[in-house]
Structure formats: C-alpha cells, structure tokens
Write a protein that binds this ligand. Structure first.
Ligand code: FAD
Ligand code: EPU
Length: 330
C-alpha cells in the first residue's frame, strides 16, 4: 500500500490502495479508466488523509508555462501541476508583477482557483482570466471564464457546482502592466514605497516568522476559515468583548479572525496526542511527529465546540479531510 505521508503537508502516516502520478491529459484518462474510486491531489497542502484511503490517489503533475505579452498585460498559461511559489518567483524574475503578496503559499497552481488562495491583501482571483479543465462526465476539455468562477473568500464554483466533476489542467493568468503594490495588510503597511521585490521579500519574512514550515512541522496552514458574521451578531459580541478584532466584508457582514477566537479560549499550545494548536498562530494545527487522524479530528472538534458555545459562531474547516471512503465533514 503506497504511503501518503510525503504526499500531504500534515504528514499523517496513512496509506492508499494505489497512487498514480499523471503528467498529461492522456495519462489522466488512462488512470481514470482503471480506477473507480479516487481522490485528486495537487501537493496536499490543504488535504489531510485521516485514515487509509480505499481507492487511488491521482497526483497532478501537469507542467508547463507559456507567456503572451500584450500592450497592457502579461498573460501566463500555467500547467496545473506547477508549484505555486515557483510561479510567483518566476513571474517576479521576469518583471511580471502582482503575484508577490501570494509568495510562499504552498501547493499547486491547479488548486489555486479552488479556494481562491489569498494572503496579505490579495486574492489570486484578481489575476485569473480563465481556468481550463477536463469535464469528467464527458472527458472533454473546457474553459471557464473568470466571471463564471464565482470567486469569493476561500471559495469558488469548484467547491460547489463543479466539485468532484472536473480536473483543472491549466490556469490562465492576466497580470496588468500598470502595477500598483498592495500594502493594505497590517505587516506590509510599514513598507516605504516598496517595489514588487520588497513585497515579495517581506511577505516571505513575515510568513516564515508566523507560520510553521510543513517540512519541519506537519501542518496544512489555517485549519479553519475566518468566520463571516452578520452586523447584529457582531455588535452583540463586541458589547461583551470590546477588544475583538474584525474586518468589514460589506455593509452587513464582518469577518472575525478565527485565530483570535481560538486564542481567547486558551487553545494555544493545547495538544491531543501528537496534534498541537500552534503556540504562535492558533489557527494552525500541527503534527508533532506521530499524530493520528483521530487526534486531529478530536482537537478540531474541541475547538469548534468551544467557539460555538462561547461565541455562537460555527467555525468551518478550510482543510479537506479524507477518510477511508473519501471526503468527510467534521
Ligand atoms: P491539495 O491539498 O492537493 O488539494 C486541495 C483541494 O483541491 C482538494 O479538494 C483536491 O481534490 C483539489 N484539487 C487539487 N488539484 C486539483 C485539480 N488540478 N483539479 C481539480 N481539483 C483539484 N492558503 C491560502 O489561501 N492562503 C495562505 O496564506 C495559505 N497559507 C498556507 C500555509 C501553509 C504552511 C500551508 C501548509 C497551507 C497554506 N494554505 C494557504 C493552504 C494551501 O496552500 C492552499 O489551499 C493550496 O491552494 C493547496 O494546494 P495543493 O495543490 O496543495 O492542494
Ligand atoms: N491573532 C490572535 N492571536 C494569535 C494570532 C493572531 O488573536 O496568536 C489575531 C490577531 O488579531 C491578528 C488576527 O488574528 O491580527 C489575524 O492573524 P493573521 O494576520 O496571522 O491572519 P489569519 O487571519 O490568522 C489569514 C489567512 C492566512 C493568510 C493570512 C495573511 C484565513 C483562514 N487565513 O490568517 O491563510 O496567510 O491571513 O493574509 O483566511 C491559509 O489559508 O491556510 C492561510 C495561512
């Protein structure tokens, strides 16, 4: 049974019945022809295999980057199996700007539209012109334009109508040439007239300081999404917790940092077996070495229950949990 420890960043010691790496659409097709039950994987930085998976893990390694330069923009057509951070670094080196706030986010290019990866004031949706995918019902190649992708905070059509129905093969980016650095996020606001390289460097510095390196300490980044709540509930909570941080989403909604809620409840550093709530960023759960899927679920449930009891907010996992038969919910 192939081991999955090195195929996902939380590094649980789970196995699967078989594992196939595909580098092009033909290899994908032949893998699918020989598989009835499968899980599609990029680099596994948002997936935890909580049990042995009774099926085939299909690993996307479709490579290739091509560039088209127009008068006003640079367009990049990128294979879904390219590494995200390497793409950001490549773009910067070529003088194509915009992606630098998203430096050092682990994972594949193919997964970036799925949860619309975001960090330091920027979401990848800002730069996605279209996404190419294989429609698994007909095995035909299709293209979906940005406007149809229903991008939102950690959200897109690939988590809803198209969930489980497509394999993303290429993402098409458009980086406008009239580059303006985005320095709205806390730590970047201190930079004085930064260029793209300065932002890239600072984002990497801050991320290395705040987030554990999965190569050293298994983790999947933020375990939960930051909850968005209605204004009325926000006002009510604020009257009890005057110091509660929040960001405006729109006229009627506020986003609360889940890290603050979890921190407030004293979870920092708490362990269940070998799973720990990270001491400097409690939104991240880590594998101290020999964690089990059961321990992950136990700690995650404790956090969800406590936050619900104390704040009447239901935290939703950002990560995908894959058990014996496939995806599970908490
Ligand atoms: P995987 O975990 O392999 O897959 C994720 C989901 O996408 C699965 O459901 C999978 O089936 C599906 N999928 C993967 N590839 C394809 C494809 N080609 N076609 C169709 N479906 C596919 N995320 C952020 O948004 N911002 C951050 O700042 C951030 N920081 C992180 C920091 C750390 C240390 C870690 C470990 C993770 C962080 N993440 C962050 C989460 C993660 O990096 C992203 O979710 C990333 O896009 C996952 O890519 P992946 O290839 O590893 O996805
Ligand atoms: N906070 C605490 N205690 C802590 C740490 C943070 O109370 O120990 C509070 C503070 O108020 C802080 C706030 O939480 O200002 C936000 O913390 P941080 O800036 O670290 O960001 P985050 O909301 O925890 C989000 C994303 C990250 C992304 C960063 C930077 C989500 C779920 N997470 O984290 O994405 O890198 O902002 O933009 O939206 C990921 O998705 O995996 C991920 C790491």
């Amino acid at each position: 049974m192939p081991g999955l420890r090195s195929y996902h960043s939380f590094h649980l010691s789970s196995n699967c019945d078989s594992l196939l790496v595909f580098e092009d659409v033909e290899q994908l097709q032949s893998a699918l022809d020989n598989t009835s039950h499968y899980y599609l994987l990029g680099e596994g930085s948002n997936t935890l295999f909580t049990e042995d998976f009774t099926g085939t893990v299909l690993v996307n390694r479709i490579k290739g980057i091509s560039t088209t330069v127009t008068e006003s923009a640079v367009c990049l057509q990128v294979g879904a199996g390219e590494n995200w951070h390497e793409l950001v670094t490549f773009a910067l080196k070529q003088g194509y700007h915009g992606l630098e706030n998203l430096a050092l986010i682990p994972g594949s290019v193919g997964a970036c539209p799925i949860q619309n990866i975001g960090a330091y004031g920027v979401e990848v949706a800002n730069f996605i012109e279209s996404v190419d995918y294989i429609d698994l019902a007909t095995f035909t190649q299709k293209r979906i334009a940005h406007d149809q992708c229903q991008f939102g905070y950690r959200d897109s059509i690939f988590k809803h109508t198209l969930a489980g129905k497509v394999v993303i093969t290429q993402v098409n980016f458009k980086l406008p040439k009239n580059y303006k650095p985005v320095t709205t996020y806390g730590e970047l606001a201190v930079l004085n007239q930064p260029n793209a390289q300065d932002i890239y460097n600072e984002v990497i510095r801050v991320r290395r300081k705040k987030l554990p390196d999965p190569a050293v300490l298994g983790n999947a980044g933020s375990f939960f999404k930051n909850p968005v709540i209605g204004l009325e509930q926000y006002q009510k909570l604020l009257s009890i917790h005057a110091e509660m941080p929040a960001y405006k989403v729109d006229k009627h909604h506020m986003k609360i940092p889940a890290a603050w809620l979890i921190d407030k409840l004293g979870f920092k550093g708490r362990t269940v077996g070998e799973v720990r709530c990270h001491p400097t960023q409690p939104l991240v759960l880590t594998n101290l070495g020999h964690a089990s899927g059961e321990q992950v679920i136990q700690l995650a449930r404790q956090i969800i229950d406590s936050v619900e009891q104390q704040f009447a907010i239901t935290l939703e996992p950002e990560v995908r949990l894959v058990a014996k038969h496939g995806l599970i919910t908490l």
